[in-house]
Design a protein around this ligand. Structure first.
Ligand code: PLP
Length: 433
């Protein structure tokens, strides 16, 4: 086996600078516009802006819309854009062509696939249906599941991740999990859990919000049933970018999704009464899509797929692990000295592309003090004593380098040593954390 260039972790800032200089993925970072003096560790929440996006969206507005007018639905390929962008996302998640749509948002796509999965479970003869998820899942996933269960008279069970296997044994119909946990960065073994859930008779929905573009995902390899994910995180699609939805071809023609809008009709421009679902994944469309946002997402995907000639997601993953490993190693002395905990698993196979620190007080203020120093991470409220507040640092290997990691850890050390996080301005809460 050959040594990966990132296998050895750097011991100094100079080492980091040299590693960045020789990084085979370095050219990828030149695709992005990042403000001078900013270390951006929040690409897991909102990916950075690719250089090419502004011109691409400008062209879509002025030429395609302004000059092409309604002709652009055909001539600029607007109508099939969800499919074309979906096909490109498919390459990052182990899905096939014609199986993925870039459409609507993650919450809405979850609604569609949960309903479809419950219909399939009913068709198998299940009586009172149960959806299983994790208590620590992203709240919108649980909120949507609550709503779907209320509507359908199904019940929602959420357990700690350590309790999943026991809960499966008790009998469930649909399992809805997020592959990489948004708070802790912990990553599930998708193939093993899917196998286990299916052996227990359940259908499995994976949320790939923190996975797509960040870690290798193989939906077919894992034999998953459904998946959804986000366009504005590691796919760099821009604020509110469309999400995506995948349905295994064995199910795609069998179940309906309930948002039976005209875009999911077999013949949308026949304008006939009576809904007839389009074949396959196309029925997961509902209505007109935000074309400008889809075009920005397509450009975001260019920035990720540009890695394909440099080793692709495997190379990105190797660098991401080296970055998170270096950060963990550098903040290690702060854990005991300043009362932080490490929420992210140390085992490589069990973590995504972020590092989360816990602290019983001051997590919000410390993040604000770091932002004032130009190090942008974010804060996520915990949910009680068992889950304290979190300081979250995302490492997007496309544009974060080793020197960034080194300096970010130095800033955290300085914020703690000086106590500057206690300054009153850092306690002011904003609407978006
Ligand atoms: C970011 C994220 C979402 C966001 O849902 P939207 O509908 O795009 O707002 C949903 N689920 C998970 C797991 C996420 O990480």
């Amino acid at each position: 086996m050959t040594m990966h260039p990132h296998a050895r972790l750097p011991d100094s800032l100079n080492d980091c600078l040299a590693l960045d200089h020789n990084d085979p993925l370095r050219a990828l970072s030149e695709q992005f516009i990042l403000p001078e003096g900013i270390i951006y560790l929040d690409g897991n929440s909102l990916g950075a802006l690719p250089q090419a996006t502004a011109a691409r969206v400008n062209d879509a507005v002025t030429r395609q819309w302004g000059q092409g007018l309604i002709r652009s639905w055909n001539e600029a390929g607007w109508f099939e854009l969800s499919q074309r962008v979906g096909d490109r996302i498919a390459r990052l998640i182990g899905a096939g062509e014609g199986e993925v749509l870039a459409v609507d948002g993650t919450s809405i796509n979850l609604y569609k696939v949960l309903c479809a999965a419950l219909d399939l479970a009913s068709a198998r003869g299940a009586q009172s249906l149960t959806v299983l998820s994790e208590g620590g899942n992203f709240p919108t996933d649980l909120y949507i599941a609550e709503g779907v269960c209320r509507e359908r008279g199904a019940s929602l069970r959420s357990v700690e991740s350590s309790g999943l296997n026991a809960a499966l044994a008790a009998g469930v119909d649909v399992v809805m999990l997020t592959h990489v946990n948004f708070r802790t960065g912990a990553m599930h073994d998708m193939a093993a859990l899917t196998r286990c859930a299916q052996a227990a008779g359940a259908l499995v929905i994976w949320d790939l919000a923190h996975s797509a573009g960040a870690v290798p995902v193989d939906l077919h390899g894992a034999n998953a049933d459904f998946a959804v994910g986000c366009g504005y995180k590691y796919l760099n699609g821009g604020p509110g970018a469309p999400g995506f939805v995948w349905v295994h071809p064995r199910h795609a023609d069998r179940a309906l999704q309930p948002l039976s809008g005209w875009w999911g009709h077999a013949a949308p421009f026949a304008f006939t009464p009576g809904y007839r679902p389009a074949p396959g994944i196309l029925r997961y469309q509902c209505g007109s899509q935000p074309i400008l946002s889809l075009i920005a997402l397509d450009e975001g995907l260019n920035s990720v797929l540009a890695a394909e000639s440099l080793g692709g997601i495997t190379a990105l993953r190797a660098k991401s692990l080296a970055l998170t490993e270096l950060f963990i190693r550098r903040v290690e002395p702060l854990l005991t000295a300043h009362g932080f905990g490490l929420a992210t698993p140390r085992e490589h196979t069990a973590r995504g592309s972020q590092v989360s620190l816990t602290r019983s007080e001051g997590a919000y203020e410390i993040i604000q003090a770091l932002i004032a120093r130009g190090v942008i991470g974010d804060f996520r409220a915990g949910d009680g004593a068992a889950h304290p507040d979190i300081l979250r640092f995302g490492f997007t290997p496309l544009y974060v380098g080793f020197a960034d990691v080194w300096r970010a850890a130095d800033h955290l050390q300085a914020v703690m040593a000086s106590g500057e996080w206690r300054a009153p301005q850092f306690a002011l809460r904003h609407a978006v954390t």
